[in-house]
Design a protein around this ligand. Structure first.
Ligand code: ADP
Ligand code: MG
Length: 492
């Protein structure tokens, strides 16, 4: 894999180029079951046109009523991104005609967005704080989604599904602060993690609850920004990265051939990994934006904002630092906080009394390994944190060895029995009984006289072999420390 932290440059025929990226992320507010200005449902995958109110269908005389919970979730999201919350904001109409937009305009926010400047910190290499970068957030505004057109396979008929019409979106606009596909990928993953911690958006890119418009330009290092293109509606982290790679290369080639970049809207074709022109880019004035006369400005009082702030959970960065503070390695801390389900599960494990560093190693190696083998996600984790804590406790107090704990864990997964119960019922308790251990040591040394000779004549690495044999002879139940001591006593 390429080093994500190396400066990313594109070599053209005439020298090096730098890529500049800004992302506009549309995140659906999935925390509420109804739309931004109507009570219609927003469930994914419903029959077409079954979740459409008269407001969404733009019947004459219908009036929009803001969904308080949507505003609350957008404010919580803004606070989680360290952003300014604008206590006074306003909705505007963005006018355009399309068959999936019965109103003839989208209610959005242009002039006075709900959320102002903020930032997201990304870490390109979990083991190295020096690879941290701050990506600026320009604004977050709240707006309605449009419906969806579907075309039959003979391309003779088109159908419209208005279910998504009026669904609440947060448009999270970054500054043009990213300089490589890897930075854009890290930003999107981090943003998605924060949204999922906050709970405002489920971040499900397959279901379209998060998608990105990818703005890309190239320039000579140190020169002013070049003209950008905007690739619309890219719906996975991988595709966003591929869009940037392809688009930057295309722009460099075009400029070097003497062409100029036109500001335009493009589409990413995932099958071919290329972008293609869709239309020349329109400017804000083409949309004849004006304040929506059906809606009063939004005025938030301090108590509302403070309630939003108080409702925020511990966020990924704070959690990662807390984990590092209790002796968890930076790598494990990053892995354990990357997904909210993992972090919640791990917090419950710590609350159940597990020792942090040991627990982190166990989750990263044993639990993730098991989930992987079982093809299960963290949400479907078959062991409860309390049961795992019991298992780790048995290792910590030396009732069982680490080696044996792997077997016990397997049995837990198979039978659902508790760790202590398994150890008790199957007689797996670790023994420090020197009589039994000495007997096993003697037996192993007697059966391997050749290796004992080699060891004594200068092959210390054979020590591990003897330990392994003694453990085997004792069915894994001997206390490894005692085995070490007794072997040393007899051999050295
Ligand atoms: P619009 O609403 O027309 O798309 P904005 O000014 O809101 O335009 O910018 C949209 C996005 O484009 C932002 O994410 C911003 O960071 C990004 N952007 C602006 N200029 C550039 C540039 N020269 N290269 C790459 N991205 C850019
Ligand atoms: Mg845009």
């Amino acid at each position: 894999m390429a080093d994500a932290t190396a400066p990313f440059c594109i070599s053209g025929a005439t020298g090096e180029w730098e890529v500049v990226v800004g992302l506009e992320v549309h995140a659906q507010i999935t925390a509420t079951a109804s739309k931004l200005f109507s009570g219609a449902a927003t469930a994914y995958g419903a029959e077409p046109n079954t979740q459409v109110s008269l407001v969404d269908a733009a019947m004459p005389g219908m009036l929009p009523v803001p969904n308080r919970e949507c505003i609350r979730q957008a404010v919580r999201t803004g606070l989680a991104l360290d952003a300014v919350i604008n206590r006074w904001s306003r909705f505007d109409r963005k006018n355009y005609f399309y068959a999936d937009l019965p109103q003839g305009y989208q209610i959005s926010q242009l002039f006075h967005p709900l959320v102002g400047e903020g930032e997201v910190e990304i870490l390109l290499d979990e083991n190295d704080e020096a690879t941290a970068r701050r990506i600026g957030i320009e604004r977050i505004h709240v707006e309605q989604d449009a419906g969806k057109l579907m075309h039959d396979q003979h391309a003779t008929m088109s159908y419209v599904d208005l279910n998504r019409c009026g669904v609440a979106l947060m448009e999270i606009v970054s500054r043009p602060d990213m300089r490589s596909p890897a930075e854009a990928g890290a930003y999107l993953r981090k943003l998605r993690a924060i949204l999922r911690y906050v709970g405002s958006c489920d971040g499900n890119m397959e279901e379209g609850s998060m998608r990105a418009d990818v703005n890309v330009s190239v320039r000579r290092p140190g020169e002013p920004f070049g003209t950008r293109t905007e690739t619309k509606n890219v719906n996975s982290v991988r595709f966003v990265m591929a869009t940037i790679e392809h688009e930057a290369r295309r722009q460099v080639d075009l400029i070097e051939e003497g062409g100029t970049i036109v500001q335009e809207t493009r589409l990413f074709d995932p099958d071919r990994g290329v972008t293609r022109a869709l239309r020349s880019k329109e400017d804000a004035h083409d949309y004849r934006y004006f304040p929506d006369p059906d809606l009063l400005p939004l005025e938030l009082d301090e108590a509302f904002v403070e309630e939003c702030r108080a409702s925020l959970p511990e966020l990924p960065d704070a959690k990662r630092k807390r984990y590092e503070g209790v002796g968890i390695t930076p790598y494990n801390a990053a892995v354990l906080t990357a997904e909210v389900e993992t972090a919640r599960w791990f917090d419950a494990l710590l609350e159940a009394g597990a020792a942090p560093a040991q627990a982190a190693n166990w989750v990263a190696a044993e639990l993730f390994g098991a989930l992987n083998r079982l093809g299960k996600s963290m949400e479907e984790c078959p062991v409860a944190p309390a049961s795992a804590s019991e298992l780790l406790g048995l290792v910590a107090d030396k009732t069982i060895s680490t080696t044996l704990s792997k077997q016990v864990f397997e049995i837990m997964l198979e039978t659902g029995e508790g760790a202590a119960e398994i150890v008790e019922k199957r007689g797996l308790k670790q023994t420090s009984d020197t009589g039994a251990i000495d007997a096993a040591v003697d037996q192993v040394l007697a059966a391997n006289t050749d290796k004992v000779e080699q060891y004594k004549s200068g092959k210390p690495q054979l020590f591990g072999f003897f330990v392994g044999e003694v453990m085997k002879a004792m069915a894994g139940k001997a206390n490894p420390q005692v085995v070490n001591e007794r072997l040393r006593a007899k051999l050295d």
